[in-house]
Ligand binder design. Sequence first.
Ligand code: DCP
Ligand code: MG
Ligand code: MG
Length: 581
Amino acid sequence: MTQIMNTPRLKPPRREDGRIIIHFDYDCFYAQVIENQQPALKFLPLGIKQKSILATCNYVARRAGVNKLMGISDAKKVCPELILVDGEDLSAFRDVSKKMYRLLRSFSWNRKLERLGLDEYFMDVTDMVDYNVELLNRNALDQSFFCLSKDDPEQGFTYDASSVAGCVYGSTVSPGQDSTSHTQYLRLVAASHLARYTRMQIEEQGYTSAAGISTNKLLAKLVGNLHKPRNQTTLLAFTDEEVWSFMDTHQLRKIPGIGSRTTSILKSHLLPPPNLDSNDEDSPKEALTAYLVRTHPAVSPSSLERLLFAPGAERGLGEKTWSLLHGVDNSAVKPASDVPTQISIEDTYQGLDEPNEISTQLKLLSASLLRRMHIDLVEEGRWIAQPKTMRLTTRPYRRDKPYNWNRASRSVSLPGWACGLGIPNEDIALRLAEEVLLPMFRRLNPGPRGWQVGLLNVCVTNMIIVAGIGEGAGAGAGGAGRDIGDMFRRQEDVLREFTAYEEEVDDEERVAEDDGRGFPDEVTDDNASGKISLDRKEEGEGSDVEWEEDDHDGLETCTKCGHLIPSFALTAHERYHAMEP
Ligand code: DCP
Ligand code: MG
Ligand code: MG
């Protein structure tokens, strides 16, 4: 869809295009993991089931009319021969995700490689691209060589630098040699070939993927969605207008970083009231495009700030939304790390009210958290990082209230024995549930009963890198986590969780079991224990959850500087003040 460009009423945000970023997203990720375990399934329609819905399905099933996040009964109606495999245990998916991450990391020079959810990665390839564009012989572009190592000039691949590898969105004619855009074009071309080469390497490991190539994370992710599966798209947009026209085609809700709250506020302000006689959800009245918001006479960074304001809401949300609408996203690709910033496990219930039910669930959650801690944080029998804080979050079950209604959390220091090795995990899990989680639960939910618990989330965070091991950010700088520089880097990691693009792979767990958005979902009885299942998950969730507006639960005001700090980061924050001269 082409939009007529209006002369901007307001100064548009400044766009930086100095970086080149590739976004990778695996095709039907969970389904591919299962197919690799049972290759016969590759040619049959396959759905991965979580409670009553499909977390994903393979492309054979998609061709038969099945969609991601469809209810199982609907999917079976559309495709009776659909094979269902249970996908509630995420361990296999996590393992593959980790392996692929390490493979991609081996290509990166600057180690700027960020994982988003389990199946997406951003890679900042600016340094590799600029080095290779510098080497180009502009008279023989079709016979170029892409160097993958500065030290070994033979390591790399030949490519045709006169044309983009894969699909293109935007100008189909390459800018002439004399044009100012020519070098930028060559940079994007080189990156498109690097993306293709990397995707081929991943295919050798048995996984197909899609990629997007552009100058920031937002544009790379969006453009990569255009040609899936097993394909890639490069955004050739050299002017502001070209970038805006790409952004304008998107539904507001599809823009990472613009959450459901923002969308619903803007819908209610900018769209005419819905026609109550019409049940058509997709009627044009429901559609709010980026174009409509960007060009609306009432919309400006300050009006957005006012509209989106809520107590405790992220500051600068108006400016941020305004920037995203213009395709501007200056957020950095975070450096690679082996250590997640937090690990959390949660489950949802239809109102737990019995002390023994709570205790049973806390024991189950504690055991699976401990299993995950061992998978992610223990290597060769040693901890590569140890969490220092444990947090419990609860929320009562109320169908008529928003998702986060009355959500409350408490954090405590994680006792040292929780990271004991050589003690059976079951014993530690039991002790954690009884000595740490239950007392926290009682403080969060005073009173003998009547709590009607709808959610329990157990999380460990505030990771301290164990000296000498680990190669990622914040690792290896000095003695037993006492090195000051190391400590600051760690703190940065902890506080980083509050940026719009949180690296929280672990939130995938939450999404797998709970919608994670700001609005309640329809729930149905799943089994007698009071657990619930979700009927509906929104398309595009999961890995996208990190791009949501921040969830401001559990924030505490620092008594020294007045900043709102997440409770789990408070210890690190206080250490920071203690270090000040
Ligand atoms: N996922 C989930 N719940 C969601 C969204 C995703 O459990 N609400 C899981 C299942 C997916 C994986 O995360 O396999 C990756 O999500 P994607 O949105 O990238 O979906 P796929 O990789 O399955 O499909 P596509 O080929 O469209 O990328
Ligand atoms: Mg995917
Ligand atoms: Mg994905």
